[in-house]
Write a protein that binds this ligand. Structure first.
Ligand code: ADP
Ligand code: MG
Length: 615
């Protein structure tokens, strides 16, 4: 057989290697910002266009490079930061691989302008796909400017793989947050599509956090300090009552480098144990200073995961110092956690602003007047249905005709009209309904019985309602007597602006939106004032996780999030009337069998099934 192995041409090898370093525009941002920091810059500017796909530029006032170094910096494994393998064990710089510039230059159009303090004239280099287009002397300021255009121009597959501009922009913002938080003593500016997004002056850590996450974040912070031989811990945790639905504000820094550590995260969660509601996440900004020799940042190519020598000790110290802070600053509330949690107001609602009595919405109507053992949760379902109790009863008469919903297309339409109506016929013979283990609603039909998962069923009902409202734009909102002012970080505000139209369609009414505060003047009838913050947070969290590209998927996501957040949950007691309403509402849906998250909403057990069990 003939020889078949050959060496890949340099440019192909470079492109392959680049894939390791540069996954998306945010990776470029990270590498360039870190290079600027390693170059001892005190002022760094980041300029981005179209989610970084068109342009990423980082300008610093650091030490710059000589003409020769400037050219050499684009070679693979060219670095000024380590000389020998042992240096790896005592790193004080962000970079050390000497790969970033080579990788970026292999897959983009790059221009570098740089000048050292000693030189009067600097260098201007243009490189496209690893090919040096030009290198000239140039009059440029001290420091370095790196311009990266048309990322992945020569790897269409990778370019197509990029997400929407908004998603890529969000990744960039995340990177920016991490770097800016790790270096409060450096001033940063961040411009997006020509507008200034952040202008962060040199500051201490606390002020840096507040500059990034908004004025209101200051009052949430509790300091954490600990000085031991193994580690010096400093930074802040957020008070437990500010725990959020999204995991947004969780930061560990080891020796001024953002790191991810599920293990240490667990230690912090442990300290918060019992203080926050399940499903919410505490915020923290914790800096760990350890001996550089006791930490290996070499184990992961993108360098966010690290290995500590003595993780167990670190875990214990971290957990106890966070606990200590929570105790010391008296933020552990006197709550009785033995109480049935399902009957408690969710913790996140506590201490929220004064809310108007719900009764003002529809004082005349109380569907539960006759119910003797009225429960809070029963009210919850009643509340979720106040959008028109009449509708529930209309549903009784003409279950299929939910005002206009029938001509809308919903996500999963597996059940056709005929099965649907025959089911309703059967339901007309409804006997009793009852609730099993605060989770299932059981009702009888001609052939046997139906067991409905209350939470999933309600999700389906709400989902269709919201989607319908978004589509036909006729949601009813309740005006708030006193508008609510909710504070968010800048990028959360950006997200709210993106989904604002759809939020209006479901009944939210916005007042002014400034850089940190959103004013809410009206809410959908189904949402109570105390829930608004939580709903908004959930929306932002979901939106951050998975960004909808087109308007349909945006509406769909919004409807799903609202349905998930506002639905009756397992563990909530429903009185008889709510049970019946739920059953009727469910079977008036376009799709009855599945929740919006494709989970089964009910099962039927026929008499035959039962007979077989008794053989
Ligand atoms: P690394 O950062 O791992 O050393 P890079 O490819 O990112 O590798 O950079 C290569 C070299 O180029 C660096 O070691 C540094 O000497 C030089 N360099 C890169 N960016 C800058 C900058 N903004 N200012 C000064 N020197 C820089
Ligand atoms: Mg570097």
């Amino acid at each position: 057989m003939a020889d078949i192995i050959r060496l890949l041409p340099d440019h192909v090898a470079n492109q392959i290697a680049a894939g390791e370093v540069v996954q998306r525009p945010a990776s470029v941002v990270k590498e360039l910002l870190e290079n600027a920091i390693d170059a001892q810059a005190t002022e760094i500017k980041l300029i981005v266009k179209d989610g970084g796909k068109t342009l990423i530029q980082v300008v610093d006032n650091g030490i710059g490079m000589s003409g020769t170094d400037a050219r050499l910096s684009f070679e693979r494994h060219a670095t000024s930061k380590i000389e020998k393998a042992e240096d790896l064990f005592n790193l004080s710089t962000k970079g050390f691989r000497g790969e970033a510039l080579a990788s970026i230059a292999a897959i983009a159009h790059v221009e570098m302008m740089t000048r050292t303090g000693e030189d009067e004239i600097g260098t201007h280099i243009k490189i496209e796909g690893s090919k040096v287009i030009s290198q000239e002397v140039a009059v440029v300021p001290k420091g370095t400017s790196m311009l990266v255009k048309h990322l992945f121009f020569n790897i269409p597959a990778r370019r197509n793989f990029l997400k929407s501009d908004q998603v890529e922009f969000r990744h960039i913002t995340d990177e920016f947050h991490r770097v800016a938080l790790a270096h409060p003593q450096i001033s940063f500016c961040f411009y997006n599509n020509g507008g200034e997004l952040f202008n962060l002056p040199e500051n201490d850590f606390r002020k840096r956090i507040v500059h990034i996450f908004g004025r209101k974040s200051n009052e949430k912070l509790v300091p954490v300090t600990e000085d031991t031989q193994v580690v010096k811990i400093s930074g802040f945790i957020q008070k437990p009552e500010f725990a959020k639905k999204s995991r947004g504000e969780q930061f560990f820094f080891a020796n001024n480098r953002f790191i991810k550590s599920p293990y240490l995260h667990h230690a912090v969660l442990g300290a918060f144990d019992g203080l926050i509601r399940p499903g919410t996440h505490p915020g923290y900004f914790l800096c760990l200073d350890v001996d550089p020799a006791s930490i290996d940042i070499n184990i992961h190519p993108t360098k966010t995961e690290v290995k500590f020598d003595d993780e167990h000790t670190l875990y214990a110290i971290l957990k106890s110092s966070v606990k200590h802070s929570l105790g010391q600053f008296n933020v552990i509330p006197a709550l009785d956690f033995e109480q049935d949690q399902n009957l408690e107001t969710p913790y996140s609602y506590k201490d929220k602003g004064v809310s108007l009595p719900k009764v003002s919405v529809d004082a005349a109507f109380n569907p539960f007047q006759v119910v003797e053992h009225k429960t809070r949760v029963g009210q919850h379902y009643s509340k979720t249905s106040t959008k028109g109790w009449e509708n529930l009863y209309q549903g009784f008469e003409t279950p299929i005709n939910r005002d206009g919903a029938s001509n809308l297309e919903f996500e999963s339409e597996t059940i056709n009209g005929s099965i649907f109506s025959s089911f309703n016929e059967q339901l007309d013979t409804i006997g009793t309904t009852f609730q099993l283990r605060k989770k299932y609603i059981i009702t009888t039909i001609k052939s046997g019985m139906v067991v409905i998962n209350q939470s999933r069923a309600h999700q389906r009902i709400l989902y269709e309602d919201f989607l319908k409202n978004i589509t036909i734009k006729k949601a009813v909102s309740q005006q708030l007597l006193f508008p609510l002012s909710l504070s968010f970080s800048l990028d959360e505000i950006e997200i709210l602006k993106e989904i604002r139209n759809n939020l209006c369609a479901v009944g939210f009414v916005f007042g002014t939106i400034d850089e940190n505060v959103v004013e809410i003047k009206g809410v959908p009838v189904i949402v109570t004032e105390s829930e608004v913050q939580m709903v908004m947070e959930q929306l932002i969290a979901d939106y951050q996780m998975e960004v909808a590209v087109d308007s349909f998927s945006q509406s769909d996501m919004l409807a799903k999030t609202l349905a998930k957040t506002l639905s009756v949950k397992t563990g909530e007691v429903l009185d008889e009337q709510s049970q019946t309403a739920l059953v009727n509402d469910l079977f008036a849906c376009k799709e009855t069998t599945l929740s919006p998250f494709n989970k089964r909403t009910y099962i039927t057990i026929t008499e035959n099934d039962l007979d077989r069990k008794f053989i």
